[in-house]
Design a protein. Structure first.
Lengths: 368, 393
């Protein structure tokens, strides 16, 4: 048993914190409140410092396959509310290709991702509760796939070279890398102004070689993608709620009412203590899920537990933080509000806590 | 980072499971099912304790020089977990906290007479801390021990002295300096329950667990019964409580219950085609309990790892206590909801499920949110030590 971080992990956390602190000041973030939320300079800074290779094998230029390393990156991005949406690129595309792609695509694609090239994924579909069973279809004609369907919540798709898409076909589920100029993109406006898109595929034709995995492993690859995405997004949730909790501790330790600091009221300090407890639980279930995913490609229950905690924790800490800050919590000149909006996205993307409790319950009562 | 048990620890777990399977005979099981023996104290219980003593299973956390196993906190956690899963009321407080303290800080008499007998499974202690007017504010305790020529004279009253009805001794916290600040004037004594000045009255609790008010009327003990230095008892109390808190929130029993309720729900027909576990709200309850248990397990493992690496962290210990005790109450509720009215039936009917264990466990859970250091104080600690907020007033 060892809950300590390795020294390289502590270093990565500290230097990421330093870079992001500098580039995600209030002033910097303000620029993205109404503009396209993607900081290209920051992305190339992360790339040139090697942080886009976290969780990727050294032979492709990465810093090692430990998913906890990648978790640190997402936690930090969440903690600083960084204007970068990278889970489609670094998690869905990079990790799935690393585990299921052939040597050539690993070399080409992972190498260019580490160098700062953007890829993304389009997995979720409007009103489809079961992402393992895509409504989007691919008709297989000779060596061609003809894909039709609608995806959404695809990140920074307008900047992406290619988009990884999940489809159903006569050969089962497939993951297909589609060049983005073949699809129609519509930018969606969302609660935290995240750069997300609707992706429409209208009988687009791609070659069979665009399938990223071996024949027959599509569903396995998609399940892995969904699980690792859940866990890495839960790390964003961890960073977001961590920041909100520290804002609560700081604010209530300074704000005075009735002639005393409000943090000395037990009602206040206990609500803050409850945030700390929730946060600790979320951190631990995330750690367990990411570590188990290192050695086992299918850890659905661990991923679900992590997502359930993320959903509940985001909700509880967000509203405790807003409440304990009073008016400051909603004032756009203070820092908290952006985190509250991010928390709602983290809570709902990949399914709400209730939806995932339903899924976990089915697994627990039927698998044993 | 490595979050799992290693091969040696898994082996220990299996070894212990097998050991307890053979130790817990039908006769012992029957005895432990009687309300007056829920906490142990009966002849079969005593026999089992002596067997464990001679098999070398008592004294896990004791130093080797005293005949202990010097197990790491993680292995000790596994031991507590495995015992608790079986339902055997192992007297942890005697063997794992009072015992090592006496072995280390006791007089020569205490080391030879008391510590060795605890190791053999021959002695049980009750804990004398709380008083009618000293609960959460334990350091305000008023039971007195007055120095005399040949020892100490003890007078006072303790509350919630569990196991006193079959204990041989009380591990007693007393005030020995009335001028010093509260926690600087406390000393620990070993007080025999067969002294004529000792008496008790039973307190019957909602969980059918008996506890006691104990009275100390001019009890004279020799100097050898003092443990540790005079007026230095507070540190013995706090190190004992740290150990107690982690044992209280062990994830073993609730996980065992979860598994048993799951099996029951999967085999309970509600109509021709469906079992209880096919209902979606039932599945939801199981999922909620499972995600809660995962967090509890990880919190406890982390806490034992912290103890092992000696990085004392007050906030994390309090997180374990608050989260665990409040989760138990929620988990028992969710599990009882699943079995519905069946879960309120007691042992005397053929409709009873799980030997009425669910019915009994929910009734004993409520003491944990205030016992072993009330959750309000734990939250104060979390705010101060974890969030660096100012002290609550």
């Amino acid at each position: 048993m060892d809950f300590s971080e390795q020294s390289h992990q502590t270093e990565v956390r500290a230097s990421l914190d330093k870079i992001l602190r500098e580039h995600c000041s209030q002033e910097c973030l303000k620029e993205y409140d109404s503009n396209f939320k993607h900081d290209e300079n920051l992305l190339s800074l992360l790339s040139s410092n090697g942080y886009l290779g976290l969780g990727l094998n050294e032979k492709y230029g990465g810093s090692g396959e430990d998913l906890y390393d990648l978790g640190i990156l997402f936690e930090q991005l969440g903690y600083h509310a960084a204007p970068l949406s990278l889970s489609g690129c670094l998690v869905d595309v990079a990790q799935t290709i690393q585990k299921f792609g052939n040597e050539k695509s690993c070399k080409d694609i992972l190498g260019s991702i580490i160098a700062g090239e953007i890829y993304t994924s389009a997995i979720l579909e409007p009103s489809n509760q079961d992402p393992e069973n895509p409504i989007t279809t691919a008709k297989i004609e000779n060596d061609q796939l003809i894909i039709s369907g609608t995806k959404y919540l695809s990140e920074i798709s307008s900047m992406a070279k290619s988009i990884l898409i999940s489809v159903n076909s006569s050969e089962g589920v497939l993951l297909v890398l589609v060049e983005s100029d073949k699809v129609q993109l519509t930018e969606l406006s969302s609660t935290a102004n995240s750069p997300i898109f609707k992706v429409e595929l209208d009988s687009i034709k791609v070659s069979r070689e665009s399938i990223i995995h071996e024949p027959g492993r599509g569903l396995e690859a998609l399940r892995y993608l969904i699980q690792i995405n859940m866990v890495m997004r839960s790390y964003i949730a961890l960073g977001v709620t961590e920041k909100m909790t520290s804002l609560v501790a700081g604010y209530t330790s300074e704000r005075e009412q009735f002639g005393r600091v409000i943090g000395t009221f037990q009602a206040v300090s206990h609500r803050a203590a409850d945030c700390f407890i929730e946060l600790e639980c979320l951190r631990l279930v995330n750690q367990q899920a990411s570590i188990n995913l290192n050695t086992n490609l299918d850890c659905e229950n661990d991923a679900l537990v992590s997502k359930i905690w993320a959903g509940n924790t985001c909700h509880k800490i967000s509203y405790s933080a807003q409440h304990l800050h009073g008016g400051m919590g909603v004032d756009k000149d203070y820092v908290l509000w952006r985190y509250c909006l991010l928390a709602k996205e983290c809570e709902l993307i990949n399914g709400s806590a209730s939806q995932n409790i339903d899924r976990l319950g089915i697994n627990l009562t039927t698998n044993q | 980072m490595l979050i799992q048990l290693n091969q040696k620890q898994i082996k220990l777990q299996n070894e212990l499971q097998e050991y307890f399977e053979s130790l817990i005979t039908p006769a012992l099981k029957a005895e432990l099912n009687q309300p007056e023996h829920f906490e142990g104290g009966g002849p079969e219980f005593k026999k089992a304790m002596r067997t464990m003593g001679s098999d070398g299973w008592i004294g896990l956390s004791w130093k080797k020089e005293f005949g202990g196993k010097e197990l790491s906190p993680i292995e000790q956690y596994i031991f507590v977990e495995t015992v608790m899963r079986t339902g055997f009321p192992f007297p942890f407080l005697t063997t794992e906290s009072v015992g090592p303290m006496i072995a280390e800080h006791g007089s020569e008499w205490a080391k030879e007479e008391i510590a060795t007998k605890i190791l053999k499974g021959e002695l049980i202690f009750g804990i004398g801390y709380s008083e009618p007017n000293s609960g959460t504010d334990l350091a305000s305790l008023q039971t007195k021990a007055i120095k005399q020529a040949d020892g100490y004279l003890i007078n006072g009253q303790k509350m919630w002295t569990s196991l006193a009805n079959f204990s041989d001794y009380i591990w007693l916290a007393t005030r020995t300096d009335f001028e010093a600040k509260n926690h600087k004037g406390i000393s620990m004594f070993i007080v025999p329950t067969d002294d004529p000045g000792f008496s008790m009255s039973a307190i019957n609790t909602l969980g059918d667990v008996r506890t006691n008010a104990t009275f100390y009327d001019n009890i004279h003990v020799p100097e050898t019964h003092l443990v540790g230095e005079l007026n230095q008892g507070w540190s013995l109390i706090t190190s004992q409580l740290n150990l107690e808190r982690l044992a209280l929130v062990n994830h073993g029993p609730v996980e065992e219950l979860y598994k048993d309720v799951l099996k029951t729900a999967q085999s309970t027909k509600i109509n021709n085609d469906q079992c209880l576990s096919d209902l979606s709200w039932v599945k939801h309850n199981f999922a909620k309990v499972h995600s809660g248990i995962e967090a509890l397990k990880l919190i406890c493992w982390k806490q034992t790892w912290i103890m092992e690496s000696d990085q004392l962290n007050m906030a994390e210990a309090s997180v374990a206590k608050v989260y665990g005790s409040e989760f138990f109450i929620e988990a028992y509720r969710l599990l009882m909801e699943i079995m519905g009215e069946l879960s309120i039936l007691k042992n005397d009917s053929d409709l009873t499920i799980l030997n009425a264990r669910l019915e009994r466990m929910y009734r004993t859970a409520s003491i944990l949110t205030f016992g072993g250091g009330t959750n309000e104080v734990q939250r104060d600690i979390i705010a101060m030590a974890g969030l660096l907020m100012p002290r609550t007033r």
